[in-house]
Design a protein around this ligand. Structure first.
Ligand SMILES: NC(=O)c1ccc[n+]([C@@H]2O[C@H](COP(=O)([O-])OP(=O)(O)OC[C@H]3O[C@@H](n4cnc5c(N)ncnc54)[C@H](OP(=O)(O)O)[C@@H]3O)[C@@H](O)[C@H]2O)c1
Length: 251
């Protein structure tokens, strides 16, 4: 089976490429560095020719609602049109409950993800599957490192059920290859324990030997703190705990 992974050099894209490769898929990697730009459409048609499935692992880091909607909406339309012309299905990586207006009201980035889902549904109907996951342990590091003021990191409380990105990649590969979740429009994925992502950032910084506190800031509205990020029910509860993730990372 030929699977094109768009955003193949990213945190999740690279893990999905490995998963698919290990399971014997014919994997095509696509990102701007190898001539495929999902924004302009350059290189897309060639990349998806002959594909059975296209996996969208794209990302753009912005909290501006207008920029996020423009990025995710434009890329989704270009990828969906190219996949449709090639007769391929799409598996798109998304975020649990981010498309819910009650959750994304103060989260411009999540509004971009809502736009991405809406465009795929409009163009592809039932030929798209959304694998929505909760926040990854890796995001604790990303947010803590991005928002550091000297030794002090700042980030919002995010009450979630985080997972290891590597466990998420298994579910995405299953959906792409049809080994599980066949025909499901949405697959909701969460990690094994509920916790605050801020505590994940603290634990990871301690494990990395970094000094300095992680200080909460108010950002994103109460949906980030009241459990609205956690899918109920979830289709998949992934196995790896924070302790196991930290142990594997620092082995
Ligand atoms: N972090 C989380 O906790 C979490 C949870 C659930 C879902 N997600 C979703 O997971 C997805 C992937 O996130 P990630 O952190 O793995 O991404 P990432 O590490 O930031 O990687 C983004 C990828 O997109 C590519 N890319 C960016 N702009 C492009 C363009 N115009 N054309 C083609 N490729 C482009 C990048 O490669 P080049 O720069 O080389 O083009 C890179 O391969 C996102 O949509 C995010 O919403 C994340």
């Amino acid at each position: 089976m030929k699977v094109v992974v768009i955003g193949s050099t990213g945190t999740m894209g690279a893990l999905v490429v490995n998963q698919l490769g290990e399971r014997g898929a014919d994997v095509v990697e696509a990102h701007r560095g190898n001539g495929v730009d999902a924004q302009t459409g350059v290189g897309l048609a060639d990349a998806v020719t002959g594909a059975d499935v296209v996996v969208d692992c794209l990302n753009s880091l912005t909290q501006s609602a207008s920029k996020a909607k423009a990025f995710f909406g434009t890329a989704a339309r270009n990828i969906a049109e190219a996949a449709k012309a090639a007769g391929a299905r799409v598996v798109c990586l998304s975020i649990c409950n981010a498309a819910d207006p009650a959750v994304n009201r103060r989260m411009g980035y999540y509004q971009g993800k809502a736009e991405q889902e809406a465009v795929y549904r409009e163009v592809l109907g039932d030929r798209v599957t959304f694998v929505r996951t909760t926040q990854w342990f890796e995001l604790g590091d990303t947010l803590g490192d991005q928002m550091a003021l000297g030794p002090v990191a700042v980030m919002p409380h995010m009450v979630t059920a985080p997972l290891a990105a590597s466990d998420g990649a298994v579910v995405i590969a299953d959906a792409a290859l049809g080994t599980a979740h066949r025909g499901k429009p949405v697959v909701e994925v969460r990690g094994p324990q509920e916790m605050d992502l801020l505590d994940v950032a603290r634990a990871s910084r301690t494990a990395r030997g970094l000094r300095g506190a992680v200080v909460p800031i108010r950002f994103g509205g109460k949906a980030l703190r009241d459990g609205s990020l956690i899918p109920d029910p979830a289709d998949v509860v992934t196995p790896m705990t924070l302790e196991q993730w930290l142990a594997a990372k620092h082995a």
